[in-house]
Ligand binder design. Structure first.
Ligand code: AMP
Ligand code: SF4
Length: 452
């Protein structure tokens, strides 16, 4: 999921539209936008589908105001009904407000139980709604105190942005698992899950929001607070590996630079005797470049991506996913025919993509296909909002390297080590790699006890 907010900018909704468009890769199931107009009225429009399917000039123009909040939704539970499309909007006697979130609160079931037992009736399955109620359970006159108290009742990897009629609060989890960047836009400000949205908006990057920090933006400018004394920096490695755009900088590390370094290290750890290096477009191209540079094996465009098909993984049903791979990628027969190929991909989740691509390349005449993955073997689920599938579905949760290689039909298979994954990340000394190592940066909760 992706969140974006602007403050102190004329025609806020137009800027939000362009910025949101650049964060489309963070979620394709739904998009929403809310603004406060000059009369303090909150206006909102949201829908299911892509940003350019939901928004058009008329509804963008109807969202008047100089302060706004927007989000794209990702179906990590294979369902994003319209009710769950953010930002959510709340009426309250102390003032209306809107909230959008990225990531996942891992004690959401406990918080939900606590709220429902106290008589709260919840309308969505979102963490944003839980936060709204927790904030309003506290009755301090100073809103920031209520926000800080509410955040301290939540555990997980999350980024929340709260908008009132004259203020934005940008909050990042105390483990620093989710990214959140701050920028300057004219005389105003912008906050976004990824800095790649700044360029198109004409904004200048200021800095990342710190783990555990709440930044308040209003007429006084910026004010910063730590909502917790506990502070770690465990930025999600999968953001660097796959999720984020290469033109984003996260916690001081450019995503393309990370991937290229991972590709270089991948060659050092898992060299392949190959004629050409082929990357799986788009997210693996940087790693493939690094692999090629380090090995001296020429990089070739052995696969071409059909631009107008969405990311396969995000299609909720397996049959659609499999069809999606075929629709998305075409081998370049004249380039791959008779060649020994080092095929570089960023990750293997279920193995669907790798199996299809190895077959596509062989059918196009490739002599050998050596698959090299620029991340470690994915064996464990993610509890922080990234859909890395259930353990049973993960290719490597129950297979050895040799078995995984056989399952995808490759001549050989190699993965980057967790040590090199860590070392490739110039911005974060110890990123979360729990889906590879099983070492989760937070405590984990048992939801089953609550359900019974
Ligand atoms: P699979 O076919 O299930 O093995 O998916 C692997 C492909 O999906 C890789 O080539 C990645 O580019 C991409 N991918 C990896 N992790 C994710 C994720 N959490 N969400 C969406 N796509 C992903
Ligand atoms: Fe990212 Fe994996 Fe950690 Fe989830 S478990 S936050 S996907 S590194």
């Amino acid at each position: 999921m992706g969140v974006l907010a602007v403050y102190g900018v004329k025609n806020a909704s137009t800027y939000l539209y362009y910025g949101l468009h650049n964060m489309q890769h963070r979620g394709q199931e739904g998009a929403g936008m809310a603004t406060f107009n000059a009369d303090g009225q909150c206006l909102r429009y949201r829908g299911q589908g892509l940003v350019n399917e939901v928004f058009h000039p008329e509804n963008i123009a109807s969202l008047e105001g100089e302060i706004g909040l927007a989000a794209v939704m990702y179906a990590n539970v294979a369902k994003v009904g319209l009710d769950n499309v953010q930002p959510l909007f709340f009426h309250h006697k102390s003032g209306d407000f809107a909230i959008a979130s990225d990531g996942r609160v891992i004690n959401a079931a406990q918080v939900r139980n606590y709220l429902e037992k106290g008589g709260t009736i919840l309308q969505t399955e979102t963490d944003a709604e839980l936060l709204a109620h927790l904030i309003k359970k506290n009755h301090n006159e100073d809103r920031i105190v209520n926000i800080v108290s509410a955040l301290n009742m939540m555990e997980g990897g999350f980024a929340f942005v709260i908008m009132t009629r004259n203020r934005i609060y940008a909050c990042r989890d105390k483990h620093g698992i989710k990214p959140l960047a701050l920028g300057r836009l004219g005389n105003g400000y912008v906050v976004a899950s990824e800095s790649c949205s700044f360029e198109i908006m004409g904004a200048d990057f200021i800095r990342d929001i710190e783990p555990g920090e709440v930044v308040t933006i209003d007429e006084q400018g910026l004010r910063c607070r730590q909502y917790s004394r506990y502070k770690r920096h465990r930025m999600c490695a999968m953001e660097y590996i796959y999720f984020a755009r290469p033109d984003s900088d996260i916690d001081g590390c450019n995503v393309h630079a990370y991937r290229k370094e991972a590709g270089r290290r991948l060659y050092r750890e898992c060299p392949a005797d190959a004629d050409i290096v082929v990357g799986v477009p788009e997210s693996s191209l940087s790693a493939a470049m690094g692999y090629s540079e380090e090995s001296g094996i020429p990089y070739e465009m052995g696969l071409v991506k059909h631009k107008y098909v969405g990311r396969t993984f995000i299609q909720p049903v397996q049959e659609m996913r499999e069809l999606g791979v075929k629709m998305k990628l075409c081998p370049v027969r004249s380039i791959v025919k008779g060649k020994k190929i080092a095929l570089v991909d960023d990750s293997i989740v279920r193995g669907t993509t790798s199996l299809k691509i190895v077959k596509l390349l062989r059918d196009a005449g490739a002599k050998e296909v050596h698959v090299r993955i620029a991340s470690p073997m994915m064996k464990f689920p993610c509890y922080y909002g990234v859909d890395t599938s259930t353990p049973e579905e993960l290719l490597c949760s129950h297979r050895t390297l040799e078995e995984a290689c056989k399952a995808i039909g490759a001549d050989s298979l190699g993965y980057l080590s967790p040590e090199s994954t860590k070392a490739s990340c110039m911005g974060c000394a110890d990123p979360c790699q729990a889906c590879f190592t099983g070492e989760y940066p937070t405590v984990l909760y048992n939801e089953d006890i609550i359900k019974n």
